[in-house]
Design a protein around this ligand. Structure first.
Ligand code: CUA
Length: 332
C-alpha cells in the first residue's frame, strides 16, 4: 500500500466517515472560538487601552441579556457534541445481529484470531467486504488494545473480561493492526494486518483453511469434557441454570440484582461462579480459573451463544448447529 504523506488514515469502515465528521466538527468549533477569543482580546486591549496617566475606569453594570447569551449558546454547542458523540458511541457499541463472529485473544505479544468456522490466524485477520464483523476479545495476560486506525476501531482488551467491538469494512485492502496499550518489551511488535477481501474471495479463503472445527463445536466438547452437562441440563436433575436460550437474556441473581447474560457474564460465571449467583441455585459450582485457557473460555462462550440460536430440546442439551460459512455472497 504505497502512499504519500497522509494527515489521516484512510477511511475503510462504515463508521470511519462518521467518526471523522465529528472530529472535524470539533476542530472547526475549537478553531473558531480560539480565533474569536484571541482577536477579541487584542481588539479590546487596543480599544480600551489607558490613554492618559490620570484616566480612571468607570463602573460596569451587569447585563442579564449578555449573561443568558453566553450561558445558553455554549450549552447548545456543548450538547451538540454530546448528542452527536453519543449517537456514534451507540453505533460502535451495538453490533448488528447478522455480524460474522470472530474470537480474538491478545497475549504477550501477539493477536490470535479464530473464525466461527474454526480457522485460526495469528497477527492477521481476513474479513469480507461489506459484512459486519463482531470481535469477541479476551486477554491471556495483561491489558492490550485492539486498534485498526483505518477502521477507527479501538478497544481495550483486559484480562478477566470479555470485550466486544465490531466493524464493517468498506474498501478492500490490507490495513495495519496495532496493539495500542503498552504491554511489555515487545509491545511495539504486537502488530499485524487486517485483510479485507471481496466476499467471493473471502469464501474461497475460508474454504481453503485447514479443516478445524467451529468455535461453538469446540466449546461443546469442552462443555462435555469438564462435565458441565451433568449440572447444566434442562430437566429436573439440574443443579445449575439451564443454558438454552440464555444468551442475551436478563438473569435474576440471588441478591435481587438483574444482569444481562452477555459474553462477559458467561466468562465470569465459568471462572468465578459465585460472583453472580443465579437466584434459586446453590453456590456449588467449582471455579474453572486456570483450568481452561482464554481461548477455551471464548469457545465455551460461543457454545452457550449457539444454544440460543435454536429451539430448546426437551431431551437435554443438543449439540450446537454446525454453523456453515456465511452464504450471502452478493456484495452490497
Ligand atoms: Cu499488547 Cu501492547
Amino acid at each position: 500500500m504505497p502512499e504519500g504523506f497522509r494527515l489521516f488514515p484512510q477511511q475503510a469502515s462504515s463508521i470511519a466517515p462518521r467518526v471523522d465528521a465529528l472530529y472535524f466538527y470539533l476542530i472547526i468549533v475549537s478553531v473558531f472560538f480560539t480565533l474569536l477569543i484571541g482577536f477579541s482580546i487584542l481588539y479590546f486591549a487596543i480599544k480600551y487601552r489607558r490613554r492618559s496617566e490620570s484616566e480612571l475606569p468607570h463602573g460596569v453594570e451587569g447585563s442579564m441579556k449578555l449573561e443568558i447569551a453566553w450561558s445558553v449558546i455554549p450549552l447548545v454547542i456543548a450538547m451538540s457534541f454530546f448528542f452527536w458523540g453519543a449517537s456514534i458511541f451507540f453505533a460502535i457499541n451495538r453490533p448488528p445481529n447478522d455480524a460474522i463472529e470472530v474470537s480474538v485473544v491478545g497475549k504477550q505479544w501477539m493477536w490470535k484470531f479464530q473464525h466461527a468456522d474454526g480457522q485460526r490466524e495469528i497477527n492477521e485477520l481476513h474479513v469480507p467486504l461489506g459484512r459486519p464483523v463482531k470481535l469477541t476479545m479476551a486477554s491471556e495476560d495483561v491489558i492490550h488494545s485492539f486498534y485498526v486506525p483505518a477502521f477507527r476501531v479501538k478497544r481495550d482488551v483486559l484480562p478477566g473480561r470479555v470485550a466486544t467491538t465490531w466493524f464493517e469494512a468498506t474498501k478492500t485492502g490490507r490495513y495495519h493492526l496495532f496493539c495500542a496499550e503498552y504491554c511489555g518489551t515487545k509491545h511495539s511488535g504486537m502488530i499485524g494486518w487486517l485483510e479485507v477481501m471481496d466476499p467471493v474471495a473471502f469464501q474461497a479463503w475460508l474454504a481453503g483453511g485447514a479443516g478445524s472445527e467451529s468455535l461453538a463445536s469446540a466449546g461443546s466438547k469442552l462443555f462435555a469434557q469438564h462435565a458441565c452437562n451433568t449440572c447444566h441440563r434442562p430437566d429436573s436433575l439440574a443443579r445449575g441454570p439451564n443454558l438454552e436460550g440464555l444468551f442475551g437474556k436478563p438473569v435474576t441473581l440471588q441478591d435481587g440484582r438483574t444482569v444481562v447474560a452477555d459474553e462477559s457474564y458467561i466468562r465470569e460465571s465459568i471462572v468465578t461462579p459465585n460472583a453472580k449467583l443465579v437466584a434459586g441455585f446453590q453456590p456449588i459450582m467449582p471455579t474453572f480459573q486456570g483450568l481452561i485457557a482464554e481461548e477455551g473460555l471464548l469457545q465455551l462462550v460461543a457454545y452457550v451463544k449457539s444454544l440460543s440460536k435454536m429451539v430448546p430440546s426437551p431431551g437435554g442439551i443438543v449439540p450446537p448447529v454446525q454453523e456453515s460459512a456465511p452464504q450471502r455472497e452478493a456484495p452490497r
